[in-house]
Ligand binder design. Structure first.
Ligand SMILES: Cc1ncc(C[n+]2csc(CCOP(=O)(O)OP(=O)(O)O)c2C)c(N)n1
Ligand SMILES: [Mg+2]
Length: 330
């Protein structure tokens, strides 16, 4: 990565941070309803991996903590925020909300609420890529707790047997809701599980974008060159509770403080300041421009967008047209 790439990434990660913080505020203001899972603290994971891949070309799938991944794939932040506001201009027409960001044009194949659901879906995408003979890869981001689902083991097994072009990324933020990983998981070094399926894997610091990028580059090159699946475990931390309904009372303050010292945005910012690629003042200007863009463009766009028409509530329900579903119209 050049210094210009890193400056762009600093802006992207800072944008992701401010975007998510604004989501928090909008939720408190009751502009956003339903579930809301935020990403601050984990920015280097999505940005580092996808920077090493080809966002918009490769197929990306993840769980419910999904806004930032979609934006990095190329989704319009306005359409993502409008989705959270439940507006017709949202990327899922306001019918999905935070956990169901979807943007097929940019090959962001979704946020999913079911923990572990995306593992086999990513394998299916990779199977389709292989059958069609494309040079895309599938990338599946999920959490440490998701890896305890049966789907993880089933999907990794089939991905290995069929040598599918899929990269499984574990964002290990040490918690599944309020349960610490050492209370739920037999093997703490989760990347080692991949060896049970003959899949190469690696574990690296998920807070340092340079480290994530280098590890992801190796992983992506492996998968894209037809050598089969790869698993990458990124050690990271979420700054807020699991979701907006989580009071975050189960983590000790010392732990939060320690991880706060390894903020992915600040690590990159300080590195660029040391390299004389950016000054503290330029960083402040960048930050203000981002906050202004969110406040003056994205939020008004969402507020002024129409609500979905109640008469169209069934418009995108596919089961409606399925003759096998009771009550189907055909
Ligand atoms: C199949 C299923 N089981 C349980 C849940 C409830 N649930 C929602 S999030 C979560 C924890 C997931 O934690 P992790 O995979 O580590 O991801 P993180 O939230 O830390 O990003 C659970 C158990 C669910 N959504 N789906
Ligand atoms: Mg977790």
């Amino acid at each position: 990565m050049t210094l210009d790439d890193k400056k762009r990434l600093l802006r992207e990660m800072l944008f992701a941070r401010r975007f998510e913080e604004r989501c928090y505020e909008a939720y408190v203001e009751r502009k956003i309803g339903g579930f809301l899972h935020l990403y601050p603290g984990q920015e280097a994971c999505a940005h580092g991996v996808l920077e090493a891949a080809r966002p918009g070309h490769d197929y990306v799938i993840t769980g419910y903590r999904d806004h930032v991944h979609a934006i990095k794939c190329g989704s319009d932040p306005k359409a993502v925020m409008a989705e959270l506001f439940g507006k017709e201009t949202g990327c899922s027409k306001g019918r999905g909300g935070s956990m169901h960001i979807f943007d097929v044009e940019h090959r962001f194949m979704g946020g999913y609420a079911l923990v572990g659901g995306p593992f086999p879906l990513a394998a299916g995408m990779a199977k389709a890529i292989k059958l069609k003979g494309g040079d895309e890869i599938a990338i599946c981001f999920l959490g440490d707790a998701a890896n305890n689902q049966g789907t993880f083991h089933e999907a990794l097994n089939m991905a290995s047997v069929w040598q599918l072009p899929v990269l499984y990324v574990t964002e290990n933020n040490l918690y599944g809701i309020g349960t610490r990983v050492d209370r739920s998981t037999a093997v703490q070094e989760q990347y080692k599980r991949a060896c049970g399926y003959n899949i190469p894997s690696d574990r690296v610091d998920g807070q340092d974008i340079d480290v994530v990028y280098e590890a992801a580059k190796k992983a992506v090159d492996h998968v894209r060159s037809g050598k089969g699946p790869y698993m990458l475990e990124l050690m990271t931390y979420r700054y807020r509770g699991h979701s907006m309904s989580d009071s975050n009372a189960y983590r000790c303050k010392e732990e939060e403080k320690e991880w706060g010292k390894r903020d992915p945005v600040i690590i990159l910012r300080d590195r660029l300041i040391d390299a004389a690629a950016i000054t503290e003042e330029e960083y402040q200007v960048m930050d203000k421009a981002i906050i202004d863009e969110i406040e003056n463009e994205i939020i008004p766009y969402c507020e002024n967008s129409p609500e979905p028409d109640v008469a169209e509530v069934e418009k995108y329900v596919l089961a409606d047209n399925d003759p096998w579903v009771a009550g189907g119209k055909q």
